[in-house]
Design a protein around this ligand. Structure first.
Ligand code: FAD
Ligand code: NAD
Length: 441
């Protein structure tokens, strides 16, 4: 097998992270190839962030399913990647279509053709986990890929998992008329986040007619004359026409030839990276960014890590700081979490001082005629600084950025309490809890 070209860098995986690294390197004059086996752009524009947010917006506006599909398919470019590939070419990136597999340090095979590189950047993303449920292979199962790309509107949909994907999809499909049952193994929705967020969301979903089965896992599945049946660990059953597996995603590390670089990945974990996003390896310069690292698993975190890799590759040392990466669920109301959660604080033995505020007490809630939601701020008592926050409320994805900045910048509470918010906004809701924390610490 002859080597056809030696690149300064090969980026393996052309999603959110890979595109950013590859274009940045090319624009800086480096000879760079992007290896992509499916669609240039990865999952976000075609199967994840963009279509899910489009459908949620259509649901909120009360559009018909047909209008929502038309909007979704236009925004995703009907899942064609020509524009994204053209952007790469314009930036000077060589796109190598096919499956990449490292054969030895400095050499990668792409569908039978060998290419050389100085730096390798692994940006292969993640893949959905279909839970091990007996009989699930015999019934129609979607992952978010299908739920966000096909035109079907199942009459009865059962969703396995009450994380961000399960909650967003429950709201979408229930809004457009599917009878939705959501099965979540732990006792609440968004199990890793502040408990009130899952409660606010559960209330919103129940009001739309979603049947929530919390604290129950699916144990068996089978076909029925009309559709399928799921048997749950709490003895209950669910009849439906389709299952949507929303039970998490795993970093895509298999089949990449990482063993040929002496890189070991612990089962169920992401590709290990140091604070510069470099993969510890004896075999050359290997970097990683995005879901494959398993760190923060959002598009904005993928872009952040990609910028860190890019900077280091261009000779400007930069390190990551994950203290204030937002985690947002774009339902109505929105759930926004950032920094440390009460559960993480418990696990880490961090003493949190908590102050909260119900959005109903803001003038904005009266104006919007929407009193749902709450904000909670968490300060690290030993440091006297904000360490985390959570909010469930309309537009929280916009008005919580200030708290994100405060956590990242370690802004003193005395200064935060001097910030003036416009009236009438939901943003005013952080003023009272900030004063409370400043008084307590
Ligand atoms: C339903 C859903 C909704 C989401 N909504 C949001 C949201 O609203 N906001 C948000 O911030 N995040 C959201 N996310 C998460 C977000 O989509 C991901 O964090 C982000 O897209 C990860 O980007 P990435 O570059 O790491 O991976 P990807 O975009 O998955 O890119 C990886 C690429 O690598 C390619 N690849 C893999 N292996 C190989 C190989 N061997 N050879 C060649 N190519 C290969 C794949 O084909 C893929 O194109 C959502 C996720 C889902 C599932
Ligand atoms: N808005 C966003 O930023 C956004 C939106 C969607 C997804 N994402 C990303 O995608 C990733 C995957 O999201 P997700 O919601 O699929 O995963 P998740 O891991 O967040 O949640 C999966 C849930 O499924 C439950 N579960 C697992 N097996 C089950 C079973 N057999 N029966 C019932 N419940 C079961 C788990 O208890 C868990 O609560 C997340 O890491 C997230 O960062 C982000």
């Amino acid at each position: 097998m002859g080597q056809i070209h030696h690149y300064d860098a090969v980026v393996l995986g052309g999603g959110t992270a890979g595109e950013l690294v590859a274009t940045g390197l090319a624009r800086a004059g480096r000879d760079v190839a992007l290896v992509e086996r499916r669609l240039v752009g990865g999952v976000s524009p075609y199967f994840a962030c963009v279509p899910s947010k489009s459908l949620l917006l259509s649901a909120r506006r009360g559009e018909t399913w047909e209008m929502a599909l038309a909007r979704r398919d236009a925004l995703t470019g009907r899942r064609r990647d020509d524009p994204a590939a053209a952007r790469m070419a314009e930036a000077g990136v060589t796109v190598l279509r096919g499956r990449g597999h490292v054969v030895e340090p400095g050499a990668i095979d792409v569908d039978g053709v060998r290419h050389g590189y100085d730096d390798l950047v692994v940006c292969t993303g993640s893949e959905p986990v279909v839970p091990a449920v007996d009989g699930l292979g015999d019934v129609p199962v979607w992952t978010s890929d299908e739920a966000l790309s096909v035109p079907d509107l199942p009459r009865r949909l059962v969703i396995l998992g009450g994380g961000p994907v399960g909650c967003e999809m429950a709201q979408v499909y229930a809004s457009f008329g599917s009878q939705v049952t959501l099965v979540e193994a732990s006792g609440r929705l968004l199990a890793g986040e502040a408990p009130f967020t899952g409660e606010v969301l559960a209330d919103a979903l129940r009001r739309m007619g979603v049947d929530l089965r919390l604290g129950a896992a699916a144990s068996n599945a089978g076909r029925k004359d009309t559709g399928l049946r799921l048997w749950l660990s709490d003895g209950g059953t669910v009849d439906a026409d389709r299952v949507l597996a929303a039970a998490g995603r795993r970093p895509r590390v298999e089949g990449l030839g990482l063993e040929n670089l002496g890189v070991a990945v612990a089962p169920g974990h992401g590709l290990p990276v140091d604070e510069t996003c470099r993969v510890p390896s004896e075999a050359g310069r290997v970097w990683a960014a995005g879901d494959v690292t398993g760190v923060a698993r959002t598009a904005h975190a993928a872009r952040y890590q990609a910028r860190v890799v890019l900077s280091n590759l261009l000779g400007r040392r930069r390190t990551t700081d994950y203290r204030a990466i937002p985690r947002v669920v774009y339902t109505t109301p929105t759930v926004y979490s950032v920094g440390i959660s009460p559960r993480q604080a418990d696990e880490l033995g961090i003493d949190l001082c908590t102050a909260g505020y119900d959005l109903a007490a803001t003038a904005r809630a009266a104006v919007e005629a929407d009193e749902r939601g709450r904000v909670e701020l968490y300060a690290d008592r030993s440091r006297g600084l904000l360490a985390g926050a959570a909010a469930a409320g309309l537009y929280a994805e916009e008005w919580m950025s200030e708290i994100t900045l405060a956590i990242r910048a370690e802004t003193p509470l005395s200064l935060l309490t001097d910030v003036v918010h416009a009236f009438p906004t939901y943003g005013e809701s952080v003023e009272a809890p900030l004063r409370e924390l400043a008084a307590d610490l």
